[in-house]
Design a protein around this ligand. Structure first.
Ligand SMILES: Cc1cc2nc3c(=O)[nH]c(=O)nc-3n(C[C@H](O)[C@H](O)[C@H](O)COP(=O)(O)OP(=O)(O)OC[C@H]3O[C@@H](n4cnc5c(N)ncnc54)[C@H](O)[C@@H]3O)c2cc1C
Ligand code: SF4
Ligand code: SF4
Ligand code: SF4
Length: 436
């Protein structure tokens, strides 16, 4: 069985650690103090003798491929962007959300709808704590969710600007320890692709509190940034500004620096590559390929969010939100073949029969588990659902008249670019390690 020792060798020593905190948060012996996060967010042993060598931390890590085949199978994953059931472009109908949002406020609109309808008790989101840093937390009210909206790095939110280390990465997985501590809740999780992978692995292993996660909402991600005072000075030179004049920062395709005097300075991303977190250079997932729903700004008009639906749950959530709190300007669903259509119809029918049986069993005092008719239906349903969600779904056969085809093409191109760049970087890195 592997242990944290192996994680240090396979991930940290190769500079591949994302600092997601998953290994620490879900360590089997965390309550006994086996692991902790160091000052810079890297996991380390707190007390090595407390480690029971269960190997969970190793299996959960997004950089370890042991469970990759399993989660890919479960998600019906395929290149270039994972399983996509439909693509749409949405925005929150509420102006108040849109004004604060990063793009169209689709994420916030959906979270609020889930909360209002009682489908979740809270959501793991991230709020600003200074120009760059973000802090994850469990939001359990409308106000809490709204205060995390947007991706502007705004100086007015409190100043940790003059501390030595800055990072745009929010260690959201760690906020799940709150869920674990306060007991079972139903929560939505908003995070980057690497975090979504950690949570899918956690679900595959059934690690607590995976049963409390209602849905996974993933953000497209080209990278996060981390830097120190020296890099900050270098950024001042490249962008020709002074940090003391900065009002807010936004990173989207370029870095935008908004000054107090109203002017905006822009820095191309390739010029600020030196502040990209090392692990982000080797990460292939651009669109949060294992989420229920994925969100990005690419391919959508200003003020709208591109939304990829990947699972049946994601579809239910989006359909509900589009009927109530979201506006949508296009939806594209790849055509289903006859077999998929048959499976979907049969699933609907089985669910209807099961509902009916449960009701009549309740009336006659029978428990579901003792009723053979129920057992047969439930077994068939499970098999079909596995077949339906596990099978590949068309990504070809796009309807050229659909308004979102170009968006989807753009998303897929960007996914392919990121994947091939990262594979090159990884091959280079592994080559360097073999030589060393
Ligand atoms: C680091 C990063 C890089 C990104 N790169 C791209 C990109 O290259 N291309 C692209 O199209 N889109 C990218 N996105 C996604 C994009 O910026 C928007 O988050 C997305 O379009 C959703 O917009 P929205 O208006 O619907 O979300 P909103 O309604 O504004 O909600 C945003 C949600 O994201 C959460 N959040 C914000 N920052 C973080 C963070 N660092 N970690 C975890 N959660 C966070 C907030 O808590 C909030 O709940 C990136 C996002 C992040 C965080
Ligand atoms: S107890 Fe298990 S999860 Fe915790 S450090 Fe040891 S091997 Fe990893
Ligand atoms: S689980 Fe996350 S924090 Fe732990 S080693 Fe892997 S990437 Fe780093
Ligand atoms: S680029 Fe990859 S590793 Fe870096 S934050 Fe985004 S998803 Fe995580």
């Amino acid at each position: 069985m592997r242990s944290f020792e192996d994680l240090i060798r396979d991930v940290q020593d190769r500079n591949l650690c994302h600092r997601c905190g998953g290994c620490v948060t879900f360590c089997t012996s965390i309550n006994y103090g086996a692991l902790e996060l160091g000052e810079e967010g890297y996991p380390r042993y707190k007390e090595k003798s407390k480690c029971i060598e269960c190997g969970i931390c190793h299996m959960l890590c997004p950089e370890i491929d042991e469970l990759d085949a399993e989660i890919k199978k479960q998600a019906g994953w395929s290149e270039p962007s994972g399983r996509i059931v439909s693509t749409s472009i949405d925005r929150a109908a509420d102006d108040n959300i849109r004004e604060r949002a990063t793009d169209g406020g689709a994420v916030t609109g959906i979270l609020l709808r889930l909360l209002e309808t009682g489908r979740i008790d809270g959501a793991i989101v991230s709020k600003h704590v200074g120009l760059f840093n973000r802090e994850p937390y469990l939001a359990s009210s409308r106000e809490d969710i709204l205060s995390a909206c947007g991706s502007f790095f705004d100086a007015s939110h409190g100043m940790v600007l003059y501390s030595e280390h800055y990072s745009t990465f929010s260690p959201s997985v760690q906020a799940l320890s709150t869920v674990k501590r306060i007991g079972s809740q139903k929560v939505a999780f908003v995070g980057t692709p690497c975090q979504i992978v950690t949570l899918r692995k956690m679900q595959a292993l059934g690690v607590v509190p995976s049963d409390a996660i209602y849905c996974l909402l993933g953000l497209f991600c080209s990278g996060n940034f981390a830097f120190d005072d020296n890099s900050r000075k270098r950024l001042e030179k490249i962008g020709d500004f002074k940090w003391s004049d900065v009002r807010k920062i936004s990173i989207k395709g370029r870095m935008y620096v908004y000054l107090n005097n109203g002017s905006i300075h822009t820095l191309p991303l390739d010029e600020i590559d030196f502040i990209k977190r090392p692990a982000c250079r080797y990460c292939e997932d651009y669109t949060a390929e294992f989420a229920d729903l994925s969100f990005g700004g690419i391919g959508a008009e200003e003020g709208w969010t591109t939304v990829l639906t990947r699972t049946q749950l994601g579809m239910d959530i989006l359909n509900n939100a589009e009927r109530s709190v979201l506006e949508s300007y296009g939806q594209h669903q790849p055509p289903r073949d006859q077999e998929q259509e048959r499976v979907i119809n049969r699933i609907r029918e089985l669910k209807r029969q099961i509902r009916h049986l449960k009701y009549s069993d309740k009336m006659s005092g029978l428990t579901e588990s003792r009723d053979p008719a129920y057992m047969n239906l439930a077994r068939e349903l499970e098999e079909l659902e596995e077949k339906h969600t596990g099978g590949p779904v068309h990504q070809a056969g796009l309807d050229p008249s659909a308004g979102v085809v170009q968006t989807l093409t753009r998303v897929m191109q960007k996914s392919m670019e990121k994947r091939s760049q990262c594979r090159e970087n990884r091959a280079e890195l592994l080559g360097e390690h073999e030589q060393a």
